[in-house]
Write a protein that binds this ligand. Structure first.
Ligand code: SAM
Length: 192
């Protein structure tokens, strides 16, 4: 179970992100993810919501955006963005791991600059694997981690495989698992 950061720390980060987003618009990063109209997308560890309105533009009114964060100020910030921009297709989830979303329901998950903070990294990856559709994309970046660490930590469980390395993000695809011998703990095998 992760701890919620201080309100002061969150506000400081949100202030800094205003400048980050001015100098490097978030759409530049999202272009690497190939999000389509009608997609359902989860922004895991959404923070103040830098990606939310850009995501809403990409998925359109028939798509859906979920902003998840452990911090109540993040949830407030995303709700404020949704209300100001009249985005009816944005929902928030306050959580440190579980999403409460149905199995195989998402086209993409953003996991940006949060993975290094997670105390239960494998549990979060399992949850994201559960909610992604079979061809769903886990889009990953974390400026606190090097490439080798990112790729080994995300792929070691066999739940994801690296599909593309962009300039700023790594795209991982969900591996589909099939049970070939239920009596054996080694029975999970990926279908390629
Ligand atoms: C550095 S910010 C990144 C925000 C956003 N992803 C971005 O790149 O603009 C990390 C966010 O992850 C949240 N966070 C930390 N641990 C978390 C957890 N276990 N589950 C969900 N969110 C978490 C923090 O509250 C914070 O808002």
């Amino acid at each position: 179970m992760d701890r919620v950061g201080s309100n002061l720390g969150f506000r400081f980060m949100a202030f800094g992100y205003k400048f980050r987003d001015l100098f490097r618009p978030r759409m530049v990063i999202l272009k690497e993810v190939e999000i389509k109209p009608r997609d359902h997308v989860l922004d895991y560890g959404c923070g103040p919501g830098s990606y939310i309105s850009r995501l809403a533009e990409l998925v359109g009114k028939d798509g859906k955006i979920y902003g998840l964060d452990i911090h109540p100020l993040a949830i407030q910030s995303v709700l404020r963005i949704a209300s100001t921009k009249q985005l009816a297709n944005v929902e928030t989830i306050c959580s440190d791991c579980k999403t409460g979303l149905p199995d195989n329901s998402l086209d993409a998950v953003l996991l940006y600059d949060v993975f290094h903070k997670l105390s239960e990294q494998d549990a979060v990856l399992e949850e994201l694997h559960r909610v992604l559709k079979p061809n769903g994309v886990l889009s990953f970046c974390d400026h606190h981690m090097g490439e080798d660490e990112i790729v080994s930590k995300v792929t070691k469980s066999g739940l994801f495989r690296l599909s593309r390395k962009g300039k700023r993000t790594y795209s991982f695809l969900k591996e589909t698992l099939s049970i070939i011998n239920p009596s054996s703990p080694r029975s999970l095998q990926s279908q390629r």
